[in-house]
Design a protein around this ligand. Structure first.
Ligand SMILES: Cc1cc2nc3c(=O)[nH]c(=O)nc-3n(C[C@H](O)[C@H](O)[C@H](O)COP(=O)(O)OP(=O)(O)OC[C@H]3O[C@@H](n4cnc5c(N)ncnc54)[C@H](O)[C@@H]3O)c2cc1C
Length: 533
């Protein structure tokens, strides 16, 4: 097989790189292990939240943002070491360029955003997003991918593109220090194939779909990996291309940096082993440890520092937790990240979306309570605890601890807002000041309120999601070797490249930066490769 440029991976990063190559009139061969129906990779399954700065949506919502403010927030969250030159350079590039090269570029290709940006990752012990920046694509990640695919199919240079699905790339071919092709095997019959080209762009995703690798690179801050980790990544995000790049001298950095989530539950209809769903954990629920005690003294509340939530749960063996709530809280606040469990946004059904917001998401409630093994319901605390223990197959949860947590919290609410002395209640009040959150957060809902039942407990595991580290790249998306020099003909983009520079996020992500990072680094890789060929 021949092509001017070979792209490995048809996720968002590979798609954007391909787009730029066609714009430049280059011949492209794209290789992906997966089936054609999954073209678009993880972005297709994603929720479609994008970190963008100083946008029309922000201005209309009265938010004044700037690249300087966004950079300050990014650097605060990232906590880069002095020697992290390329990640830092990519962080600067992203905040300065995302408005035009990501947000506007997508808008011009038919992507629309919700009118009110969400406010995520506000920061806890270090400042996070100073203002709301999480722009949700109307249509979720599926709409984003569909819009790009439609444009790709209709492209004037479409005939220059050849798509090879079901092709697993295993090796990179080099000659005189330059990358000249790739090799692998077909998924259906194992037949070997080789392809030659003037440049190879690796956009094959991260390592977080491979739980052995996730455990091997577990960050020291999180102690020992928990006994159960669920998989919320791509089934082929296994690091094969990381190894291939390393074998030809490419530098792989920061694989211990990952963006995992604390509220993973088993997928009701798994398509791969250990497949999990990442819940958006209800803020009004009480977060309990494996024994049923409320985690504290600083309670766990989502929306501030996801990495801290993961660290706090990992610090409590065996590394799973429970969230205690009632039906009223679940209806208003329960959500699952991704396109699959947000059908009204995915299918652009405005009325259904508004109905769920106003009357509660009954569809999701039913799906989870009836279909997900980690949800248990009961009319009383005693019955609930018995079901929690039956689910876990032990007697770890103690009724008295759960009761103390629920009654203590409810007593605080009963004293009235002027006397609230609970950090979770303070944070809920804080969250509700932003209208994007007010609409999805209960005012101050007691757990044991008899009118709000039944009671619900959700067993939650750490779920593996995104690799923040990867192939080190310069600002042209060229993969760097151990001497710090670019390897001729080799580029990387998206999660494979740690979204740029081998770790653009540092320790923490401000969220929405993954899709955005794929678009920016993918487009840059495409343009650089076009210049090489
Ligand atoms: C449920 C969910 C919700 C998310 N929500 C958001 C969100 O709201 N905002 C956000 O910013 N991010 C979100 N993300 C993360 C984001 O979707 C991903 O980080 C991003 O899409 C990764 O894109 P990629 O192109 O780098 O890699 P991928 O999407 O992983 O694509 C890589 C491609 O390479 C192929 N491949 C892998 N190995 C090989 C091989 N050896 N040979 C050939 N092909 C190979 C794979 O089949 C795949 O198609 C979410 C992720 C999930 C799962």
């Amino acid at each position: 097989m021949q092509g001017d440029v070979l792209v490995v991976g048809g996720g968002l990063a590979g798609l954007c790189a391909t787009f730029e190559l066609l714009e430049s009139g280059r011949r492209v061969s794209l290789f992906d292990r997966d089936e054609p129906s999954r073209f678009g990779g993880l972005a297709r399954e994603s929720f479609g939240g994008m970190f963008l700065v100083d946008t029309p949506e922000q201005r209309r919502a009265g938010i004044r943002d700037s690249a300087a403010l966004a950079l300050a927030d990014w650097l605060s969250f990232a906590q880069f070491d002095a020697e992290e030159t390329w990640p830092r350079a990519w962080a600067h590039a992203y905040v300065e360029r995302c408005t035009v090269e990501v947000g506007l570029w997508l808008r011009e290709r038919g992507v629309g955003y919700f009118p009110v940006p969400n406010w995520v990752e506000r920061g806890l012990y270090v400042p996070g997003n100073s203002v709301p920046r999480f722009h949700i694509v109307w249509g979720t990640g599926q709409g984003l991918v569909d819009a790009l695919r439609k444009r790709l199919e209709a492209h004037a240079n479409r005939s220059l593109l050849t798509l090879h699905f079901g092709h697993r790339v295993e090796r990179l071919l080099s000659r005189d220090g330059a990358i000249v092709g790739l090799a692998g095997a077909r998924e259906d019959n194992g037949a070997a194939f080789e392809a030659r080209g003037g440049a190879v762009i690796v956009a094959a995703g991260g390592i977080n779909g491979n739980l052995d690798r996730v455990r091997a690179h577990w960050h020291r801050d999180w102690g020992k990996p928990p006994a159960t980790i669920l998989n919320g990544s791509h089934r082929y995000a296994d690091g094969t291309l990381h190894d291939a790049v390393e074998r030809v001298g490419g530098r792989i950095t920061h694989l211990d940096r990952m963006w995992n989530y604390a509220a993973g539950v088993h997928h009701p209809r798994p398509r791969m082993p250990d497949e999990g769903l990442s819940l958006v954990p209800p803020r009004s629920a009480l977060w309990l440890d494996a024994s049923g005690a409320r985690i504290g003294p600083m309670p766990l509340v989502t929306g501030f520092d996801t990495r801290d939530l993961v660290a706090r749960i990992c610090a409590r063996p065996p590394g799973h937790s429970w969230q205690l709530m009632n039906r009223r809280i679940a209806l208003k606040e329960l959500a699952v990240s991704g396109a699959e469990f947000n059908p009204s946004v995915r299918d652009k059904r405005r009325l259904a979306f508004l109905r769920d917001l106003i009357f509660g998401n009954r569809w999701l409630y039913r799906q989870m309570v009836e279909g997900c093994v980690d949800f248990v319901c009961a009319p009383t605390l005693a019955e609930l605890v018995a079901r929690m223990n039956a689910l876990n197959g032990d007697h770890a949860v103690e009724l008295e601890r759960v009761r103390a947590a629920a009654e203590g919290f409810d007593a605080n609410i009963a004293r009235g807002p002027a006397l609230y002395n609970d950090e979770q209640l303070r944070r809920i009040a804080d969250l509700r000041r932003w209208r994007g959150d007010r609409i999805r957060t209960c005012r101050h809902q007691p757990i044991l309120d008899p009118k709000a039942g039944p009671l619900i407990a959700v067993r939650e595991f750490i779920i593996s999601r995104k690799s923040l580290g990867g192939m080190q790249t310069d600002l042209a998306s060229r993969v760097l070797g151990s001497d710090g020099q670019p390897i001729a003909g080799l580029l990387a983009a998206g999660e494979a490249a740690g979204f740029g520079g081998g770790g653009v996020h540092g320790l923490r992500a401000l969220e929405g930066t993954f899709l955005g990072g794929c678009v920016l680094s993918g487009r840059i890789a495409g343009r650089t490769a076009a210049g090489l060929t």
